[in-house]
Write a protein that binds this ligand. Structure first.
Ligand SMILES: Nc1ncnc2c1ncn2[C@@H]1O[C@H](COP(=O)(O)OP(=O)(O)OP(=O)(O)O)[C@@H](O)[C@H]1O
Ligand SMILES: [Mg+2]
Length: 511
C-alpha cells in the first residue's frame, strides 16, 4: 500500500465520521430576541425590545439577575427584580425565559428554611425538589371543595373553645404592634406536633431576630420535620417579599393536593400590602385609597382563596391559613384590615389594652369571630363552649356596671365570681397547649362550679397543671392516659385550698 493511498483512506474515514456527527445538526436560523434595560431603580427595571414578553414571565439579565414582568406597555415593560438587583445596569441585555415563576415543592422541603425562590437559607444542602409549581396557581373551584369538617387544634383554650378553626379555614390574626399575633400563630404551629398537619411559616419583611425566634420555637417545641419556613427578610428586594406568600401557598398546596393537611401562617399581610403599594407606585399604577392600587383586594383574595378543604374525590386534603395583619391604634376600619376581614372566614382581634393588662393571648372576645370553624368543633367542646360564651359575655358587661360600686345582689356576685375564673382560665402562657379533651373537661368543671369557691389564681394553677400533663403525655405518645376528669380537677382544687372550709361562701376571696 502506497503512502498516498493510506492518506486517502484516512481522509475518507474522517469525512464519514464528520458526516455522521453533523447529521443531527439542524441547520436553520435560530431567532432569539434580546431586550435592553432602559432604566433601573428601587428594585424595578424598565426594559425595551421584548414585544412578545408575557405578563408574569421571568426574564434573565446579562448580569445574572432575574425578575418577572409586572406591567406591559407599548414601549416599555416593567420588570420586578428578584435577586441580584444591585448588579443590574441600564443598557444591559435582557433575555426571555418563556416561563412563569416557579418554586420547588415536595417532601424535601420539610424542616428547611428557604427563600421565596426555594434556595436554602439554613446553610444546608441545595434542595433536590420532587417537583416545581408556579407561585401563582388558581384556587380550587367550588365543585372541587368540601365543607370544613375537621378541627384545626391550636391548643389555645380561647381559640379552640370560642373561635374554633376548621381545616381549610382562613382565620385572620389582627392587632396592633406587639400584641402577641406571631406568638398565637406559633402556638398553633407548635401544637401540630401532635397532629398530621404540615406547617408553612412565611415571613414577609420580619426582623431576622423575630424570625429566628419562631424557627427556634418550632424546632425546640414543635415538629420541625413537618415545618417549612419561607423567609423574605426586610433586606430582600421588594419583588422577593411580594412573591413570598404566593410561594408559601404553593409549597403547602403540594401537600394539600396529595390528600394531606397543611397550615400556612403569613406574617404579615400588612407588610405585603405595603410592598405591593411600593411596587405599584414604582411601576406607575394609579394610586387609590390610602395610595394602595385598586387591585390590592383582588391580590389578597386570590391568595387566600387558595386555602381550601378539598372534596373526597380530590383526596380530601386541606389547606388552612392564618394570615396576620397589623392595625394602627386598633383601627380595624382602615383599608387593608377591612379588606382582609371581608376576605377571611373570621378574625382573632388582638387587643393592646388586654395585652397591657396581662390578659394573654389578648383576644378581644367581642370583636373576634370564626365563621365556619364551629361546625368542625369537637362535640364535647361545643357543648360546654356555648355556656362559656354566654357566661363570659355577661360577666364582661356586668363588670363594667359594677366597677364603680353599682348595686350587686347574690346572683350578680355569683356571675362575677364565675367570670373572673373564666378569665383566669382563658389567659394562657405561650407553649402551654391544652388537648381537646382537657379543654372540654376544664370547661365542664368550670360550669360545675368547681373553681368558684377557690381563689382566682387556683383556676390558672389547675390549667397549668393540665397543660403540663398534656405536654408529658404527648411526648410519650400516650394521650389517653393523661386526660383530666372533672372529679380529678375537683380533687386538685381541694388540695390547693386546704384552708377553705367546705361551707365557705364562694367568691369571698377575689383576685
Ligand atoms: N400568651 C402569652 N403569654 C405571655 N406572653 C406572651 C403571650 N403572647 C405573646 N407574649 C409576649 O408578647 C411579646 C410580643 O409578642 P409577639 O412578637 O408575638 O407580638 P406581635 O404582635 O407579633 O408583634 P409584632 O407586631 O412586633 O410582630 C413577646 O415577647 C411574647 O413573648
Ligand atoms: Mg409578629
Amino acid at each position: 500500500m502506497s503512502a498516498a493511498e493510506t492518506e486517502t483512506d484516512d481522509f475518507g474515514n474522517w469525512l464519514a465520521r464528520q458526516r455522521g456527527a453533523l447529521s443531527h445538526v439542524r441547520l436553520a436560523a435560530d431567532a432569539s430576541t434580546f431586550g435592553r434595560v432602559e432604566r433601573v431603580a428601587d428594585g424595578v427595571a424598565r426594559i425595551s425590545g421584548l414585544p412578545d414578553v408575557a405578563l408574569d414571565e421571568t426574564v434573565r439579565f446579562a448580569s445574572g439577575a432575574t425578575g418577572y414582568v409586572r406591567t406591559l406597555d407599548t414601549e416599555l415593560a416593567s420588570v420586578v427584580l428578584l435577586d441580584g438587583a444591585q448588579g443590574v445596569e441600564a443598557g444591559e441585555r435582557v433575555e426571555r425565559t418563556g416561563a412563569v415563576l416557579h418554586v420547588p415543592v415536595g417532601e424535601n422541603l420539610l424542616g428547611r428554611v428557604i427563600d421565596p425562590l426555594g434556595r436554602p437559607l439554613d446553610g444546608g444542602e441545595p434542595l433536590a425538589a420532587d417537583q416545581w409549581l408556579p407561585v401563582e396557581r388558581p384556587a380550587p373551584a367550588i365543585v372541587e371543595r368540601a365543607a370544613v369538617s375537621e378541627p384545626l387544634e391550636t391548643g389555645v383554650l380561647i381559640v379552640d373553645a370560642l373561635f374554633a378553626i376548621g381545616r381549610g379555614q382562613r382565620e385572620l390574626i389582627i392587632g396592633d404592634r406587639a400584641t402577641g399575633k406571631t406568638s398565637l400563630a406559633v402556638d398553633a404551629i407548635v401544637n401540630q406536633r401532635a397532629s398530621d398537619v404540615i406547617c408553612v411559616y412565611v415571613a414577609v419583611g420580619q426582623r431576622a431576630t423575630a424570625v429566628q425566634r419562631v424557627i427556634d420555637a418550632a424546632r425546640e417545641r414543635g415538629a420541625p420535620q413537618r415545618c417549612v419556613f419561607v423567609v423574605a427578610p426586610p433586606s430582600a428586594s421588594p419583588g422577593m417579599q411580594w412573591i413570598a406568600p404566593f410561594a408559601g401557598f404553593s409549597v403547602a398546596e403540594y401537600f394539600r393536593d396529595r390528600g394531606q393537611h397543611a397550615l400556612v401562617v403569613i406574617d404579615d399581610l400588612s407588610k405585603h400590602a405595603a410592598t405591593h403599594r411600593e411596587l405599584a407606585l414604582l411601576t406607575g399604577e394609579p394610586p387609590g385609597r390610602e395610595a394602595y392600587p385598586g387591585d390590592i383586594f383582588y391580590l389578597h383574595a386570590r391568595l387566600l382563596e387558595r386555602a381550601a378543604k378539598l372534596s373526597p374525590e380530590l383526596g380530601g386534603g386541606s389547606l388552612s391559613a392564618l394570615p396576620i395583619a397589623e392595625t394602627d391604634v386598633g383601627n380595624l376600619s382602615a383599608y387593608i384590615p377591612t379588606n382582609l376581614i371581608s376576605i377571611t372566614d373570621g378574625q382573632l382581634v388582638m387587643d393592646a389594652a388586654l395585652f397591657a393588662s396581662n390578659q394573654r393571648p389578648a383576644v378581644n372576645v367581642g370583636l373576634s369571630v370564626s365563621r365556619v370553624g364551629g361546625k368542625a368543633q369537637a362535640p364535647a367542646l361545643r357543648r360546654v363552649a356555648g355556656q362559656l360564651w354566654l357566661d363570659y359575655a355577661q360577666f364582661l358587661e356586668l363588670e363594667m356596671f359594677t366597677r364603680f360600686g353599682g348595686l350587686t345582689d347574690a346572683r350578680v356576685n355569683a356571675q362575677i365570681v364565675r367570670g373572673e375564673r373564666i378569665r383566669a382560665l382563658l389567659a394562657q402562657p405561650r407553649f402551654s397547649a391544652l388537648g381537646m379533651r382537657d379543654q372540654a373537661t376544664l370547661l365542664a368543671a368550670l360550669a360545675d362550679g368547681v373553681f368558684d369557691a377557690a381563689p382566682v389564681a387556683v383556676a390558672a394553677q389547675i390549667r397549668a397543671r393540665v397543660a403540663q400533663q398534656h405536654a408529658q403525655a404527648s411526648t410519650n405518645h400516650s394521650d389517653d392516659e393523661a386526660v383530666a376528669s372533672v372529679a380529678g380537677l375537683r380533687e386538685w382544687v381541694r388540695a390547693l385550698m386546704p384552708d377553705v372550709a367546705p361551707g365557705d361562701e364562694p367568691g369571698k376571696e377575689r383576685g
